[in-house]
Design a protein around this ligand. Structure first.
Ligand code: PEP
Length: 268
């Protein structure tokens, strides 16, 4: 399995900026040995879908969203449902990002419901977990991440999927997001090994088939060393994904995961 390099564009850019960025990523993706994903703001999804579809042969960049509602439809002003995303050509969705957890008070239970909603309609969720600065300083980082994993990942998260899309967990220490600070490679290794153990504890052998992305101030200068850490299955990139050349440079640092992430056996 290849590493997954996912760009979270957050609430940046107007439609024309999104189209230009999508085209630049698409055109530069040809020789990259990684799975690529871009996650524009909701409103730009149709324009980005069209831009990605017009790419040269061999350039496949997947399209993701940054959130979805847990209900398929209903009286939820301002929200977007998972089936609506599928209808617009989206294949992946970021859920439980720390900015959603903090700014929209999303607790683990809500993240789990959203993840279930995504799985129900065939979207591949990327579920974010990570501790705050205060929690790490108090030595609580593994405890916090363990609770988030137990509370946010529903049964069936690790099931093999007929469409070949794979779910992922993103470890994003909150204090590293958008700050330029990153954990040491040892800290990343320790946390990713812990998350792998938890996934196997929760899902059995299928837990080996889940990519664990690292996110938090990934840039071209540190991508190679971060992506080389055992159990790092790719990167979730914020700021650096807004420049195609930086995003592609990060993707060029990706490696094949070999046996580290084992796709679960044939589905029944
Ligand atoms: C993010 O918000 O998911 C993220 C990783 O941001 P940045 O790369 O800017 O730290």
């Amino acid at each position: 399995m290849r590493q997954l390099i996912a760009g979270n564009w957050k609430m940046h850019g107007l439609s024309a900026d999104a189209v230009a960025l999508a085209r630049a990523v698409r055109d530069g993706a040809g020789g990259v040995d990684a799975d690529l994903l871009v996650c524009p703001p909701f409103l730009h999804i149709p324009a980005v879908a069209a831009a990605l579809a017009g790419g040269p042969e061999g350039s496949t960049v997947a399209l993701g969203a940054q959130d979805c509602h847990q209900a398929a439809q209903g009286a939820h002003t301002g929200d977007v449902s998972a089936p609506m995303l599928v209808d617009a050509g989206v294949t992946h969705v970021i859920l439980g990002h720390s900015e959603r957890r903090q700014n929209h008070h999303e607790i683990d239970e809500v993240v789990r419901e959203k993840t279930e909603a995504a799985l129900r309609c065939g979207l591949a969720p990327i579920v974010c977990v990570g501790e705050t600065d205060a929690q790490r300083n108090a030595g609580q980082e593994t405890e916090v991440v363990g609770w988030q994993l137990a509370g946010s990942l529903p049964q069936g998260f690790a099931d093999p999927r007929k469409d070949g899309l794979s779910c992922a967990v993103a470890y994003e220490p909150v204090w590293a997001i958008g700050t330029g600070r990153t954990p040491t490679l040892e800290e990343v290794a320790t946390m990713h090994a812990f998350i792998r153990e938890e996934l196997v504890r929760q899902f059995g052998a299928a837990g080996h088939g889940i990519r664990i992305l690292y996110g938090g101030s990934v840039k071209p200068a540190n991508a190679k060393e971060l992506l080389a850490v055992p159990h790092v299955g790719g990167a979730l990139v914020g700021g650096a994904s807004l420049k195609a050349e930086d995003f592609l440079a990060i993707a060029r640092a990706a490696r094949d995961l070999g046996d580290e992430v084992r796709t679960p056996g044939p589905w029944g």
